[in-house]
Design a protein around this ligand. Structure first.
Ligand SMILES: [Zn+2]
Length: 440
């Protein structure tokens, strides 16, 4: 039987030995969660992209732990971030809802505790800076946050960073948990008039390394956003400029943090919530399927107790909360779907992504990732199996699925889990209008 294991380049004992000083036992660390909305992992230098989109993030990553195969549990913002904040898959925290009606969205189940609630109970000062209208619309996300800065989606990284600097400069003896959400990379992309005046962005001269780049762009959602761009490559270049624009601001923030010696007592978690599709499988945007262009996300962690490392085994964003608990030496509960993937990586396991077709009891689409294999189970009972090492663009499903048996075996159990949908909230007209303006 053919057998290829994902390489683990991590030196297993190194991270643990670095934790031996137990710096955090008596002085809980500050925790900063940075979310870059819609950032595809494969458009980041630290994740192998050939264009120079993220020099500042790459330098940051070189001093941290990079999860090169991080997978989001859902292909759009709200369920993913609910998973980050609870450690649960969407079918368990309840926020799986689709956007079909544009009228309602599910909340997070009341009986599932949120990260900010847990940290607040441990004595943390909790602050969120959020410019995503979906997150601002779902009240559950505010649970546990003592301060919630609601920004419009047009306020990009420089504005968010102003709040970050302000909050990190507050003279307060309590440790800080800060969530900063960045919307720069999300459509309608940097350069659109609604985004305001952007400073010049350095040119990125290399050709877009996407096989479909020369194809004409058709069926683009909200084409008025970026009128005049004709090929898929044009749109990808515009996307990349947005990434570079965010990175410039991020670099300035890192300089400020370094000058304040903030890295000495702070755990930084940098993630993206999902990717974005550019007609790799015929459609644009995200949320509509479980392909890698939407599921492949960034996850980088830095802590004074962690040595730089790269972990190439698949992990999920449901693992963020348990991993943070382990690194920060905090009791954040131990009953979540996710597992701590530091200081030691977990045994190979199946990692899941879920997408609800409609917001009711309709069966959901589920993707299972086991090593280099991925199986997407459709609600109609069919499945598609890919070998991502051979076919990373998911062009040709395998006919012989024997080597992906671990995915199928695990799915037989996972599919039995009850779908625990939460109640819904009705979006007001103003929120619907804002979301429509963003292409929803
Ligand atoms: Zn998002």
């Amino acid at each position: 039987m053919r057998r290829r294991l994902i390489h683990w380049t991590l030196l297993v004992c190194s991270l643990l030995s670095a934790c031996a000083k137990h710096e955090f036992r008596h002085h809980p660390p500050n925790i900063v969660l940075i979310v870059i909305d819609t950032l595809r992992a494969d458009h980041v230098g630290a994740y192998g992209y050939s264009r120079t989109t993220t020099p500042a993030l790459d330098r940051f990553a070189a001093k941290g732990v990079v999860f090169s195969q991080a997978i989001t549990p859902a292909p759009w913002t709200a369920p993913t971030l609910a998973s980050v904040m609870t450690g649960e898959y969407p079918s368990r925290h309840g926020l799986l809802a689709t956007r079909d009606t544009k009228l309602t969205v599910a909340t997070i189940r009341d009986d599932v505790p949120m990260l900010a609630e847990r940290l607040s109970a441990l004595g943390y000062r909790t602050v969120a800076i959020v410019n995503n209208d979906w997150i601002n619309a779902v009240g559950s996300f505010k649970r546990g946050f003592q301060t919630w800065h609601k920004l419009p989606a047009t306020q990009l990284a420089d504005s968010v960073n102003t709040f970050v600097r302000q909050e990190m400069s507050v003279d307060d003896p309590r440790p800080l948990f800060l969530w900063a959400h960045y919307f720069d990379v999300h459509a309608p992309y940097v350069g659109h008039p609604k985004r305001g005046k952007e400073p010049p962005i350095p040119d990125i001269p290399e050709p877009v390394p996407a096989p479909q780049a020369d194809q004409p762009a058709r069926r683009v959602p909200n084409p008025e956003y970026i009128a005049g761009l004709e090929t898929i490559g044009d749109y990808l270049r515009t996307y990349d400029r947005g990434v570079r624009s965010w990175d410039r601001s991020f670099g300035e923030l890192v300089e400020w943090l370094t000058a304040r010696n903030a890295f000495a007592n702070t755990i930084f978690i940098v993630i993206s919530d999902h990717g974005d599709a550019f007609a790799e499988h015929g459609r644009w945007s995200h949320g509509f399927a479980l392909y890698q262009e939407m599921l492949g996300v960034v996850w980088i962690m830095r802590s004074p107790t962690l040595r730089p490392a790269r972990i190439d085994t698949p992990v999920s964003l449901v693992d963020v909360l348990p991993t943070l608990a382990r690194v920060a030496e905090l009791d954040l509960g131990d009953d979540a779907d996710g597992v701590a993937v530091l200081p030691s990586p977990p045994s190979p396991r199946v990692v899941w992504s879920e997408r609800l077709i409609r917001h009711d009891e309709t069966p959901r689409e589920i993707a299972a990732r086991c090593g280099e294999y991925k199986v997407v189970f459709s609600p109609d009972g069919r499945s598609r199996t890919y070998d991502l090492q051979v076919d990373p663009l998911e062009r040709t499903p395998l006919t012989d699925t024997h080597d992906a048996a671990a995915c199928f075996d695990a799915w037989a159990q996972f599919r039995q889990r009850p779908l625990r949908i939460a109640s819904t909230v009705t979006l007001d007209a103003g929120t619907r209008e804002k979301l429509h303006a963003l292409g929803y």
